[in-house]
Design a protein around this ligand. Structure first.
Ligand code: HEM
Length: 308
């Protein structure tokens, strides 16, 4: 029996809080930290139950480098660091983050409260290196004005896409999580005529329809990330959200869950490197990644083992 952490499968939320942590120099994950993370799902459930309309969900994940301190001698088969893409002409930086906390809900106050408790209780071991408050923008649009999340898997497909299964039985119910913070060049983007914006994304802006193949450039975002292998499209479950401050950095906090890290890696490679067909994603002329990290999110049962 394996149960995924609560934040992976439910539909998109109005607010997200993404925290990246790095282990403090000279500190190792100790029993106190492990006990904190083992109890995290129960604490999140309690907060959700006390606030029934909040739809509060939480996820904690660990990176490849720190993994042996949490689970000595055992590891998910495909756990690896954030990819370095050979030949990349657009940045896809890797942030050396060891732990990720991804919270989401219909209310931001609960995200703040919960995250603050985790930050304080883990501060003897972990430093927070990036905190991003994501918010739903209009009818689930990215700040570019295009609806984001349309082609996400639905219903039972979400678990099929996001969760490790019998192929790695000890880690079933877990998920490979990738995040990247993108900063949009809003001024440049807003000067681009809508027709050209649509060619960059590969969908219409207002009505959110996919462009017909003859009008969809091979450099369009969706042309890059739709990859077929053995007549099957590679899939990921995205929980990205817009973030930002007026006049300051703003863009998309990208987050995806998958039963394998390979799908994200292949999509990213086709976005940033002209290796497969000499083309890259033209969306990256208007947005650049400034952080990136990869984690494995253990099932609730695997997380509970940290307390033993
Ligand atoms: C689709 C925006 C980064 C993977 C889309 C769509 C938009 C969008 C507007 C179309 C609607 C939808 O189906 O969701 C963005 C922006 C990004 C970004 C603004 C960052 C600046 C990424 C990255 C990946 C990715 C880094 C994976 C490496 C996908 C996938 C789809 C998609 C798989 C669905 C394609 C389909 O099946 O039609 N994105 N995206 N995106 N994006 Fe992105």
């Amino acid at each position: 029996m394996s149960t995924p952490q609560s934040g992976i499968l439910p539909a998109a939320s109005s607010h997200g809080l993404f925290l990246l942590f790095r282990r403090r120099l000279g500190r190792r994950a100790d029993a106190e930290l492990k006990a904190l993370f083992a109890s995290l799902p129960a604490q999140a459930d309690a907060l959700a139950a006390a606030n029934p309309d909040s739809q509060f969900y939480a996820v904690i994940g660990f990176g490849a480098e720190v993994w042996p301190e949490f689970y000595p001698g055992e590891k998910p088969v495909l756990l690896r660091s954030f990819p370095r893409i050979p030949g990349a002409i657009h940045p896809a930086p890797s942030t050396s983050a060891d732990v990720m906390l991804h919270l989401r809900a219909e209310r931001y106050d609960l995200l703040h409260e919960f995250a603050d408790q985790v930050v304080q209780a883990s501060s003897h071991c972990l430093d927070v290196i990036e905190t991003t408050h994501g918010f739903r923008y209009r009818d689930s649009r990215d700040l570019t004005g295009f609806v984001d999340g349309t082609e996400n898997p639905e219903n039972e497909d979400r678990a099929r896409v996001a969760l490790v299964g019998s192929e790695d039985a000890p880690w079933a119910g877990g998920s490979y999580l990738h995040v990247q913070r993108y900063v949009h060049r809003m001024e440049t983007w807003n000067k681009l005529p809508v027709k050209q914006q649509e060619a960059v994304i590969g969908r219409t802006k207002e009505s959110n329809e996919e462009l017909p193949d003859e009008d969809k450039p091979l450099t369009a975002h969706i042309s890059r990330v739709v990859i077929e292998e053995n007549e099957q499209e590679l899939e990921i479950l995205r929980h990205s959200l817009p973030y930002g401050t007026p006049g300051g950095d703003q863009g998309l906090y990208f987050a995806s869950y998958c039963k394998t890290p390979a799908n994200f890696e292949k999509m990213l490679a086709k976005m940033v490197a002209p290796t497969s067909d000499g083309r890259v994603d033209h969306l990256l002329n208007f947005s650049r990644a400034v952080s990136g990290a990869a984690f494995f999110v253990p099932s609730r049962e695997a997380l509970a083992r940290l307390a033993k």
